[in-house]
Ligand binder design. Structure first.
Ligand code: UDP
Length: 487
């Protein structure tokens, strides 16, 4: 049944960072291509995208005219942050302080959007949706397991005393797979840090949405999705509909600037599935020592590699640096790599400074494996291309993702100890690369092909994710039409 909809469009609110913007853009593209919905994406940020790197990244998203990105005026957050403020807190504060500007921007939209979709940091915007009388949905651009943990964390906060990381037992979430303490999300690593408070706040607020959309699919996380829908304790905490609509990822064919075109051209010359792609997300960085060991491990393996290299992290040991304003010359990067490495690996390895056209790289037939930090976008991009992974989790919820990929889904191998705990030596890296690239990696490879097929089925004609998204869109249309009925 068709509903009269003069201008079907949605408003989305996203926190700073390419890793957050990319999935919302991918969702918007899907809403446009399958349902004709236009989108306005409001981006909260503590600075405007002024660096060339950031502008190029935005351009590479190739937005159709149906999608508008609006950068909200950056709020002054100086009173709330110091150099020590954790990234999770910084994002939460930026989003919270952007609310007045978002409110004005949303109120000025005419006609009103059918829905306000926020990603998980954006619950501060719920009162605006209520004021404007539009539904408020949350888009979780990561796993159902993350959602279950997050909404349960206020309960854990009451039940468990002391630090989670000191617990001998794994953390139990009703009807879900237990999580080892060391694999918990970053904000749970230190209860005294204020990022923990922001995380508990997120857990309290998510259940106040009208519904939740997640970038996963039924067959990938059946146990957790069942728990979210049926477990009495979780239902009491969050009695909402949960719609898995993934895998939704950006499609390939980004315009290639010089270095990108070169890396794809280099891939064209390599045998099928012979190259391991090494990339640690939109901002992952390694210590100087780890960078060195990784380089030598790749070299020792003798396998072909394509590696997105960033300057090493500072002395603070942070694993994430926002892109922009850093040297992006190949020559500059060689300063951080072992002596003679570039010469010795000439022809076998290809170094891309800072940023590669990842979606295009992962869909290239020459790529056989992916050493990844297990950010969820990267993971899904790997899955839809059937590329098995070496899991190298670093920050956010990546350790949980890595555990799930190895233990539950069976599409990745992991280091013996977490790379955040100690430097992974060159011999171990060499072995891991060999394991996944050679015969021993057959089981993981086979499993990843199955996951690829299952993901494609979910978003294909008659697939569960496609049906759920159609259902969600239908709800918005009905709500929009009803709100405009003559009284
Ligand atoms: N990405 C990219 N080129 C790079 C590094 C990352 O295009 O060199 C993209 C990648 O394809 C993915 C996103 O950046 O879509 C990173 O998101 P993810 O969730 O994997 O990690 P995050 O950066 O949020 O930690």
């Amino acid at each position: 049944m068709d509903y009269y909809l003069p201008n079907p469009h949605v408003a989305l609110f996203v926190s700073p960072g390419m890793g957050h913007l990319i999935p919302l853009v991918a969702l918007s593209k899907r809403l446009f291509s399958h349902h004709g919905f236009h989108s306005t994406i409001f981006v909260a940020s503590s600075s405007t995208p002024t660096t060339t790197a950031q502008s190029q990244l935005l351009q590479s998203l190739q937005l159709p005219s149906a999608i508008h990105i609006v950068h909200l005026t950056p709020p002054d957050i100086s009173a709330f942050v110091t150099n020590q403020t954790a990234i999770f807190s910084r994002i939460s504060i930026t989003v919270r302080e952007s609310i007045p500007t978002l409110r004005d921007a949303l109120a000025a939209m005419s006609p009103q959007p059918s829905v306000l979709i926020v990603e998980m940091f954006g619950t501060y915007a719920f009162p605006i949706a209520e004021e404007l009388g539009i539904p408020k949905y949350v888009y979780i651009p990561t796993t159902a397991a993350f959602l279950a943990l997050t909404v349960y964390v206020p309960t854990l906060h009451e039940e468990i005393e002391g630090e989670y990381v000191d617990m001998q037992e794994p953390v139990h979430i009703p009807s879900c797979k237990p999580i080892r303490a060391e694999d918990l999300v970053d904000p749970m690593m230190d209860r005294k840090n204020d990022q923990y408070d922001y995380y508990v706040y997120m857990g309290c607020k998510l259940p106040l949405a009208d519904a939740i959309i997640i970038n996963t699919w039924e067959d990938l996380e059946p146990r957790t999705l069942k728990a979210l829908r049926e477990d009495p304790i979780l239902r009491r905490i969050m009695p909402l509909s949960v719609y898995p609509v993934g895998p939704i990822v950006m499609s390939a064919k980004q315009p290639c600037e010089q270095s990108r075109a070169e890396c794809v051209a280099w891939l064209d010359e390599q045998p099928v599935e012979s190259v391991i792609y090494v990339s640690l997300g939109s901002g992952g960085t390694l210590s100087e020592e780890q960078l060195n060991e990784l380089a030598l491990g790749l070299e020792l393996s003798g396998k072909r590699f394509l590696w997105v290299v960033r300057p090493p992290s500072g002395k603070d040991g942070a694993f994430f640096t926002a892109l922009g304003g850093v040297a992006d010359e190949h020559d500059e990067l060689s300063r951080y790599l072992p002596d003679g490495f570039l010469t010795r690996t000439l022809g076998v390895g290809f170094i891309v400074p800072l940023w590669a056209p990842q979606v295009e790289v992962l869909s290239h037939p020459s790529i056989g494996r992916f050493l990844s930090h297990c950010g969820w976008n990267s993971t899904l991009e790997s899955m839809v291309n059937g590329v098995p992974m070496i899991a190298w989790p670093m920050y956010a919820e990546q350790k949980m993702n890595a555990a799930m990929l190895e233990e539950e889904v069976g599409v990745a191998v992991r280091t013996k100890e977490l790379p955040t705990k100690r430097v992974v030596g060159r011999e171990e890296i060499e072995k891991l690369v060999r394991v996944v690239m050679e015969k021993e990696g057959d089981a993981v490879r086979k499993k990843m092909k199955e996951v690829k097929e299952s993901g494609l089925r979910a978003v294909g004609e008659g697939g569960s994710s496609r049906d759920w998204l159609s259902h969600v869109v239908e709800q918005w249309k009905i709500g929009y039409a009803e709100a405009r009925q003559p009284r």
